[in-house]
Design a protein around this ligand. Structure first.
Ligand code: AMP
Length: 188
């Protein structure tokens, strides 16, 4: 669809990514697709997918690229994603970048922006411990940050080199960040 926005949201855990993803998607009239929310719903429902990912998620590790490829392919094939989408939490590894590229290419589409929301690590850890999920231990919080640093951070350079990266400082009030993100994707 002409003019459709296909946006990826990148950022460490507790950068405020989930909140901002929903706000931006609402502003642009596109679905916010959070793979973390989808997986948590599967766990709650006790579905076969949920049973496969529950242990990995509880440890703060990443679900396998192959399994995530199935989840994302199915989701992006749904009607509401045809006119654009905002992906929150996918891709998270370089192989996932290749998978997403393949899905988009098959449909004759490309990403329009990659928004990178960041904050200093001390702020991320403080937020995690303040408002973390009830079963989050410091150990799980640390593993999530390690997974981000080792596997997801390389995506920043990749998307920067493609000219798609829009970096936004997430260490500010929600409304300020919201406006900055809208500006970064040319919708201020
Ligand atoms: P999130 O809410 O985005 O932080 O995701 C919660 C958890 O779901 C992560 O810690 C991972 O275990 C899993 N998860 C979500 N998205 C992905 C992904 N793209 N690749 C691998 N694991 C994922």
């Amino acid at each position: 669809m002409a003019g459709a926005e296909r946006i990826v949201f990148l950022g460490p855990p507790n950068s405020g990514k989930g909140t901002q993803a929903v706000l931006l998607a609402q502003a642009l009239g596109i679905p916010a697709i959070s793979t973390g929310d989808m997986l948590r719903a599967a766990v709650t429902a006790g579905s076969p997918l949920g049973r496969r990912v529950e242990g990995v998620m509880n440890r703060g590790e990443l679900v396998s690229d192959d399994l995530m490829a199935e989840v994302v392919k199915d989701r992006l094939a749904q009607n509401d994603a045809v006119g654009g989408f905002l992906l929150d939490g996918y891709p998270r590894t370089l192989p996932q970048v290749a998978t997403l590229d393949g899905i988009l290419a098959d449909a004759g589409n490309e990403l329009t922006h990659v928004v990178m929301l960041d904050a200093p690590e001390s702020v991320l850890v403080e937020r995690a411990l303040l408002r973390g999920r009830k079963d989050d231990t410091e150990e799980v919080v640390r593993i999530r940050l390690d997974e981000y640093r080792n596997k997801t951070k390389p995506l920043v350079d990749h998307y920067r080199s493609l000219g798609l990266l829009r970096e936004v400082d997430g260490n500010r009030p929600i409304e300020t960040v919201e406006v900055a993100i809208l500006e970064s994707v040319g919708h201020a």
